[in-house]
Design a protein around this ligand. Sequence first.
Ligand SMILES: [Zn+2]
Length: 93
Amino acid sequence: MKNPNAKESDVITQSDWRLQGQDWLREELLRYERYAPVRQGSEHDHCEFCWIPFRTRELPGTAREGYVTQDRRWICDTCYDDFKLMFEWVLET
Ligand SMILES: [Zn+2]
């Protein structure tokens, strides 16, 4: 029996277009950080899910801070919120 109060659009399913089998990110330890490229002048990181680019400057259509794994993979705010339950991420405090 479906909950009639649940809005269909709020439910993230396995068929979400951003899901491309990122199973390696399951239960990752994440830290919220201001974006910093690994090397100066090489800003080519993007969100592991929606591919929004991370930049050190505020630009339209980019992210300036987000959640980063131990091996420097980035997840943007939106995707973190959408997938945190599915992936059971642990947030470093
Ligand atoms: Zn994203």
